[in-house]
Design a protein around this ligand. Structure first.
Ligand code: ADP
Ligand code: MG
Length: 236
């Protein structure tokens, strides 16, 4: 479980996070949903250790993560614009984290094959990233983030740069991947349809705070404020 308690963050005078608390259940796919500028990425970056909070704490699986550097938090990241190694094949990109950890070749091959299969890229192992579509590239990014068996997967608008049709397909891939791999996943998105269709739980953010947390049904049936009702009803 990821447990965020009383986290605040300012950039100069600007309050980006105001006393935010959130529990992400073990093995869940939780969405952090809110309009642009509400503080989603800042919260995700603090959870991932890419940014430090001014106050408050982050625990990951019962361990205080405050002073743990990102590379030791056992976290996989996927961002909107994924930087793949252009000179490496899809297979080598996915294997990279395992190769640098000097895992046995057979183990690497088995794990990479399995992940490529799950994300539908088994037939693309020998291609290069620039021979993939945008959607395929983000699927490769998901496989690569999961290769090292992180305990937590943090996704920041991973499908945000893609067109609507591809985004819808990728939801299905992410859902399937999550069912196979069961890693605690936090998905940042401003797309209410995306959150409503794939998340177990949704934390709705507005203006530096979390407005409401619930499963899609609860949010839909009992929005706690006019903001939540209005935002869930918007079409992005
Ligand atoms: P979201 O991901 O919901 O769009 P962010 O967490 O990226 O929101 O940003 C929240 C607010 O904090 C925004 O107004 C943004 O301009 C500001 N902000 C984020 N990062 C920085 C930074 N490094 N320096 C100054 N302001 C920042
Ligand atoms: Mg953001």
């Amino acid at each position: 479980m990821i447990s965020v308690k009383g986290v605040s963050k300012q950039f100069g005078d600007y309050v980006a996070l105001d006393d935010v608390s959130l529990e992400v259940p073990d093995g869940s796919l939780t969405a952090l949903l809110g309009p642009s500028g509400s503080g989603k990425s800042t919260l995700l970056r603090i959870i991932g250790g890419l940014e430090t909070a001014d106050s408050g704490s982050v625990e990951i699986h019962g361990v205080d993560a405050t002073n743990v550097p990102p590379q030791r938090r056992e976290i996989g990241f996927v961002f909107q614009h994924y930087a793949a190694f252009k000179h490496m094949t899809v297979r080598d990109n996915v294997a990279f984290g395992l190769t640098i950890r000097r895992k046995p070749k057979a183990e690497v091959a088995e794990r990479v094959d399995r992940l490529l299969r799950i994300v539908g890229l088994a037939g693309y192992a020998k291609r290069y990233p620039n021979q993939l579509s945008g959607g395929q590239r983000q699927r490769m990014a998901l496989a690569r983030a999961l290769a090292v068996e992180p305990r937590v997967l943090l996704l920041d608008e991973p499908f945000g740069a893609l067109d609507a049709k591809v985004r819808t397909e990728l939801r299905e891939w992410l859902r399937r991947l999550h069912e196979e791999v069961h890693v605690t996943t936090l998905l940042v998105t401003h797309d209410q349809e995306e959150a409503m269709s794939i998340a177990d739980d949704i934390a709705v953010m507005d203006n530096a705070h979390i407005e409401q947390v619930g499963n899609p049904r609860e949010l839909y049936d009992n929005p706690s404020s006019a903001f939540v009702m209005g935002f869930l009803g918007e079409v992005s």
